[in-house]
Design a protein. Structure first.
Length: 403
């Protein structure tokens, strides 16, 4: 099956794991970084603004990709990303330290990511077939989680003490990825037919926005995924204040940075190693029932993370959330596949991709709200948000799964 994949897909899988690996060394800890220098409330507002810019750039990136081609936009976006990461590296070096400039460069990096993502997803759809697509996404899912685990582990150990080295490493990887895109990715846009380049960006997305079941699914995804985004936003900032470092064997210190890293690693390892077991177990039950149970315990797991400052309580909460994730994600993916229309699948995926950017906005909003409310109220809010997302999914799922 691997040999049958288009060369673009193989390069994309390689760059994907590289990007996730190095990104998780620094980006999961940026909310904690900014809250340390700007305070939780201001940091939340700054990240909120960044995400708005990223969402807008994502829509523009999808439109430009359909007009000028996938590779051109990917090269432009990766160049901007490399320059912004280089700026963040300099701003955290021994010769110059500026959290404000780091924030500005993070905004530029978010613009680049917004431009990049729709082009990447459209390219994957362009060169894949129904036979290879499932294999492609399965491999991508596994390597992404492995990259997240490795990156989070390194970041948790060294972000607080060797920040410059991590930024330098991320910048170097970004340059390598740029080279792979320039020299190894082939332009496939010319293979597409019946594309009106003169259509406005408004009309380009209007037909997708008018698809009510799909939009309801996107709203549910936004609410559900926003809980996961809180692990590196509100929950990270909360633990930065509340988690007391633990000294193990007089030489190893488990601080808040390391605890957040361990929680991400635990989630990733559960996803990687328990996927087959959970998948076999849930085959006995209807997709509708699995969706209900999975999202319920997923929401409960994230709510529990706001109620404990002990390592064992946090580990148990992550376990609950991760099992719920394993149960609902396959159903969610099948729902998405059933809702997208073949003739405009790239436009659907561009809209759906923007959901991930908006979740960052909700993550920043969590920091802002959490600076005024006690943690147990935040836990209740998280659980309610998950239930509302569940309601959206069930309403859509009823049309697909319940006869």
């Amino acid at each position: 099956m691997w040999r049958s994949l288009h060369p673009n897909l193989k390069i994309r899988l390689i760059t994907s794991v590289m990007t996730i690996f190095v990104s998780d060394m620094i980006f999961p800890f940026m909310a904690m970084y900014f809250s340390q220098f700007f305070g939780a409330t201001l940091a939340g507002f700054l990240l909120f603004i960044n995400v708005i810019i990223s969402v807008l750039s994502g829509f523009i990136g999808g439109y430009l990709s359909d007009r000028f081609g996938r590779k051109k936009i990917m090269v432009l976006a990766q160049m901007i990303k490399f320059l912004s990461l280089s700026g963040m590296t300099i701003a955290n070096s021994q010769i110059w330290f500026s959290p404000l400039f780091t924030f500005l460069m993070l905004g530029v990096e978010n613009v680049a990511s917004g431009l990049m993502h729709p082009s990447e997803e459209a390219m994957l759809i362009d060169v894949s077939t129904d036979e290879t697509r499932r294999f492609m996404y399965t491999i991508n899912y596994w390597v992404t989680n492995l990259g997240m685990a490795a990156g989070a582990a390194i970041g948790g150990m060294f972000f607080n003490s060797h920040r410059f080295t991590l930024f330098l490493l991320v910048s170097a990887f970004s340059l390598v990825i740029l080279g792979l895109i320039v020299f190894c990715i082939k332009e496939v846009y010319h293979q597409l037919k019946n594309i009106d380049k003169n259509i406005s960006i408004y009309m380009h997305y209007l037909h997708v926005v008018n698809d009510k079941p799909f939009i309801l699914f996107c709203i549910g995804s936004l609410l559900i995924l926003s809980l996961e985004c809180q692990s590196t936003n509100y929950i990270a900032v909360y633990l930065k204040k509340a988690f007391k470092p633990i000294i193990i064997n007089h030489w190893f210190e488990l601080d808040s940075y390391m605890m957040i890293s361990w929680m991400r690693i635990e989630n990733t390892l559960i996803v990687v190693f328990l996927t087959l077991i959970v998948t076999r177990f849930i085959k006995k039950y209807s997709a509708y029932s699995v969706l209900f149970v999975g999202l319920s315990i997923y929401s409960l797991g994230y709510a529990m993370q706001t109620l404990s400052i002990q390592w064992f309580g946090l580990v148990f909460a992550v376990l609950i959330a991760s099992v719920g994730e394993l149960m609902y994600v396959p159903i969610s993916q099948s729902l998405l596949a059933a809702l997208t229309k073949d003739k405009s699948r790239a436009s659907y995926m561009a809209i759906y991709s923007s959901v991930f950017q908006v979740t960052k906005m909700f993550g920043a909003l969590g920091i802002i709200i959490g600076s005024f409310l006690p943690s147990y109220i935040m836990g209740l809010i998280f659980f309610c948000v998950g239930l509302i997302g569940l309601k959206c999914y069930l309403k859509v799922g009823k049309k697909v799964y319940v006869k």
